[in-house]
Design a protein around this ligand. Structure first.
Ligand code: ME8
Length: 544
């Protein structure tokens, strides 16, 4: 999955590492599935920030179309009122709660978006890329998509057809509307995929798209005239733009397309569009074709994540299987939540959430391996050296093995998280190092060495050895705090504070991945304090 580029320069117009999430429909509250993609993007962008790169992270909401309009109607309010309420009361607060550090939040009802969308489609119309025609076919309002016969399942009654994603009956729509000449782009798309083998990831997603485009692409119906909740076509205001065509453009309108050419040059093309696998075709087929038609560069990568499943089905709002993230964060805490899903499910594959698995990982990986290590090391510096970090006297083989282990973990984590979006693999590498530090302490037995350091029979040699062990442990934790900062920012900050690192090294956010394996950065004499427990024992599971 490698696609390396130099984003380290900071001058005007230097390319930024630009990552986007899908913009979510605001027909309901966010659930674990939405948070999964958004946390992944947050970790990816925080990782690149930690490299010292210029980064831009975009998320937002998709507010037009029939689905939103019907939800608003059912709730007795206007679509705009509904969207405003959901965005302000549900979506934005959740991202804040989960410590999502997005640089912008785009809403498709904002004028900065709708004006640019009208210009974009007018341009395509003027170029002859859009024409008027008629269409009839099965439509799923849940997907906001016309379906092909192969996309449908049989329903309970004779002739009834269901959407394979939503398991709900499709509607038969017949409309006169405008079409985008998607069919003309098949060969160009195939050429582009061949020249850019990393464009669609993972490989399974790429193969699915190739198979789809190798069949004949049909022109895309891009307008609707049976309802009006959408962006009006500038040349025919009886029609509103199909919600997906409006939505996809958020990636350029938020980046300054048509309004701020300098910023747009810096941000576009995007480095990574993160999408769920259900919306891959829109991002890997329709969106690139629209950009080609407009003469704009294509995004560098489209990376599809798998689904979080409940009882063997995709967790979703419409199937009422959506679990609110706060149901979990109130029990496990925000940082453990951010960690768990990325660690437990290989990115790109489907995975099931289980309370038991989360509890087990929390206890063994976070509380025992990591949290206890941090508190034991700090407690010993407190007990034996009055909380003042001693200098390492002479490093031997055991210390060298740890330094090597750290270098290996940094290389693996940087490649896996920063380039390959293999979050589980990157976290496994970091936690392998944490395990190694635990093993080091168990073997070195500082509590025994302490007996040879102080009191009757205490020696300089004993004190020197103890100092070496504790410096080594603290220095390992210094590196761990930096590596885990993109994933668990609050925990990493607590650890940074407990190591007294800020006085000598500055803010945790100012540390870079490039120097994290440089041994000996934590200054001797740092004030080490025990601080609060990083991962407290879990309460009993609340009754369902
Ligand atoms: O599709 N597991 O919005 P949406 C993992 N507005 N990820 C999941 C998930 C699950 N069970 N459920 C949802 C739309 N997601 C359009 C997008 S983009 C121009 C327009 C995530 O509210 C996943 O990333 O249905 C999926 O692509 C996205 O939420 C869909 O959110």
């Amino acid at each position: 999955m490698a696609a390396t580029a130099d984003h380290s320069t900071t001058g005007a117009n230097a390319p930024a590492y630009y990552v986007s999430t899908p913009i979510y429909y605001v027909n309901d509250r966010p659930h674990l599935g939405h948070a999964y993609t958004t946390v992944a993007g947050d970790v990816l962008t925080r990782w690149h920030r930690q490299r010292g790169e210029k980064v831009w992270y975009l998320t937002g909401t998709d507010e037009h179309g029939q689905k939103i309009m019907r939800t608003a109607e059912a709730n007795g309010v206007s679509p705009q009122e509904w969207c405003d309420k959901l965005v302000e009361e549900e979506w934005k607060p959740l991202w804040e709660h989960l410590e999502i550090a997005n640089d912008d939040f785009i809403r498709t009802t904002q004028q900065r978006h709708t004006d640019r969308v009208q210009e974009f489609v007018q341009d395509l119309y003027d170029k002859g890329e859009i024409y008027k025609g008629g269409y009839s076919g099965p439509y799923c309002v849940g997907c906001e998509e016309y379906k092909l016969p192969g996309d449908l399942l049989d329903g309970a009654t004779e002739g009834e057809k269901l959407c394979a994603v939503h398991k709900k009956p499709v509607e038969w729509l017949e409309e006169e509307n405008y079409f985008f000449r998607l069919s003309a782009y098949g060969p160009k798309l195939l050429e582009f995929y061949a020249a850019n083998p990393d464009f669609i990831q993972p490989a399974s997603a790429r193969n699915e798209v190739l198979r789809f485009v190798e069949q004949d692409l049909k022109d895309l119906s891009i307008s609707r005239s049976t309802f009006n909740w959408g962006v009006p076509l500038p040349w025919d205001e009886k029609h509103v733009l199909y919600v997906w065509v409006d939505a996809l453009q958020n990636y350029i309108t938020a980046a300054g397309y048509g309004s701020d050419p300098e910023r747009f040059a810096e941000l576009w093309p995007a480095s990574v569009h993160l999408v769920g696998k259900d919306i891959l075709r829109f991002h890997a087929v329709i969106w690139p074709a629209m950009l080609m038609a407009a003469g704009l560069p294509l995004p560098k990568r489209v990376v599809a994540n798998g689904w979080l499943m409940v009882g063997g089905e995709k967790m979703s709002k419409s199937n009422l299987t959506g679990i609110a993230p706060t149901d979990l964060t109130s029990h496990f805490g925000v940082d453990a939540y951010r960690y768990y899903f990325l660690r437990a499910i290989p990115f790109g594959t489907d995975g099931s959430f289980s309370w038991e698995d989360f509890s087990a990982r929390y206890t063994s990986e976070l509380a025992n391996d990591f949290g206890n290590l941090a508190s034991r090391a700090a407690a010993m510096v407190g007990k034996y050296f009055g909380g003042v970090l001693p200098a390492s006297a002479s490093d031997g083989e055991a210390e060298q093995a740890l330094k090597d282990g750290l270098a290996k973990a940094v290389e693996a984590a940087d490649r896996k998280i920063g380039e390959e979006l293999d979050f589980a693999g990157g976290l496994a590498a970091i936690f392998e190092f944490v395990k190694q530090v635990n093993g080091y302490i168990t073997e070195q037995e500082p509590w025994k060495v302490a007996k040879t350091a102080f009191g009757d029979g205490g020696s300089d040699e004993g004190r020197a050895r103890l100092a070496t062990i504790l410096y080594t442990a603290a220095e390992s934790l210094r590196a761990t705090a930096v590596l885990l900062n993109p994933v668990m920012p609050s925990t990493a900050e607590k650890l940074w504070a407990s190591l007294g690192a800020e006085a000598g090294l500055g803010a945790l956010s100012a540390q870079t991945i490039a120097t994290v394996a440089d041994w000996g950065r934590l200054p001797v004499g740092a004030t080490v304090t025990k601080g609060e427990i990083l991962f407290p024992r879990l309460e009993e599971k609340p009754a369902a």
